[in-house]
Ligand binder design. Structure first.
Ligand code: MRU
Length: 348
């Protein structure tokens, strides 16, 4: 399966990605062969966005499996599991990473009786299936999401949950991109998304490319545009949804939800059901990634913009309380409160 941002090389030995850290200035593709390079690509956000890192890891473990010399299942599986655990440890919050690697593990375990070479090919097929399913899921999420807005609406989004973060359409940007294909016009307010600027660098880039009317704002301006009545709905993605509907997404999302509640604006979370983690009862159980404070002080500045010795706290995600969420839009439908009930039903 070939899409723009994540694909297999023609010899199916490496994963090729569009390096998201270089956007919007450079379109640079990276060819990744080793487990270390793959770990690094996820950790440094060269590939990022919950569904995208799951798809990438599935292709990654397939390519690594092809490099394993062991032809006996037990020896093969030991090495395979080591690689899978290593990739899984690259980022903790997005459940799609462990979900996709879990599917690859199950494929290996279910086919243990087959010759290793055949099993490896089945792993390749499973990775392609995960990507294909993601395209379908994004399409369905986009269709459901589009029913919640009307032509001309102003939408506010945080971080990047567009095609780069998935495979096609994206989740939070999906309804807008699908609507644009149908000649509808929305106006999107794009939070820049400090400190790594996924909104400014990636969402703004994707929306301009799709000819969507978009305005970039700093994160602390969301309240101003809401107060002016310019925002009719907030659309955000998600990295992990707990069984009660509490949702982890890029840090700053919960603040947007609180503002939206104050101004009476619907706040929608869009994501595939693979993002729902029934083992987390609430947001309290979701592990939040803490990243290096250097990202706050220096990243993307020509010179450091803070004293070198200042302490930093840099959580990459935060949890939006389910009470602030108007609806959760999945590929299986639109979920409303009480989420403990609607999520349990859809996950049956
Ligand atoms: O740290 P990132 O850039 O990987 O964070 C990504 C987000 O928070 C996205 O909103 C989320 O993964 C959903 S992507 C469809």
């Amino acid at each position: 399966m070939k899409t723009e941002n994540i694909m297999l090389s023609s010899d199916r030995r490496s994963v090729v990605i569009l390096d998201q850290t270089q956007l919007p200035n450079r379109t640079e593709y990276l060819t990744l062969n080793t487990a270390g390079e793959m770990y690094d690509a996820i950790f440094r956000l060269k590939v990022r966005g919950a569904p995208a890192i799951g798809i990438f890891a599935a292709y990654g473990i397939y390519c690594l499996s092809r490099q394993i010399a062991e032809k006996e299942y037990d020896g093969f599986y030991k090495k395979f599991a080591e690689y899978a655990d290593y990739l899984e440890s690259s980022r903790p919050t997005a459940v799609n990473l462990s979900w996709a690697l879990g599917r690859m593990r199950q494929t290996a375990e279910r086919n243990k009786e087959r010759p290793v070479e055949e099993l490896v090919e089945l792993l390749g097929q499973e990775a392609e299936k995960i990507q294909k399913e993601d395209i379908d899921m994004c399409r369905r999420i986009s269709e459901y999401g589009l029913t919640l807005i009307k032509d001309g609406d102003g939408i506010l989004t945080h971080c990047n949950a567009g095609p780069l973060a998935t495979s096609r359409y994206g989740t939070a940007l999906g309804p807008v991109l699908l609507g644009r294909e149908k000649n509808m016009n929305f106006h999107v307010f794009v939070d820049e998304t400090r400190p790594l600027l996924q909104g400014a660098r990636l969402t703004a880039y994707e929306l301009l490319k799709a000819d969507v009317d978009a305005t970039l704002i700093c994160d602390n301006m969301a309240s101003s545009v809401m107060k002016k009545g310019w925002v009719k709905a907030c659309f955000v993605g998600c990295d992990r949804i707990a069984a009660n509907g509490d949702t982890a997404n890029k840090v700053g999302t919960s603040g947007v939800a609180i503002l939206a509640k104050y101004y009476g604006i619907p706040f929608y979370v869009l994501g595939p059901t693979s993002t729902i983690d029934m083992s987390c009862r609430s947001g309290e159980d979701i592990k939040i990634e803490l990243r290096d404070g250097e990202e706050i002080k220096k990243k993307y500045y020509e010179k450091p913009m803070a004293p070198e010795d200042i302490k930093c706290y840099n959580p990459a995600f935060d949890v939006t309380d389910h009470e602030l969420i108007t609806a959760i839009i999945t590929e299986r439908g639109i979920l409303r409160a009480p989420y403990t009930k609607s999520i349990a039903e859809i996950m049956k």
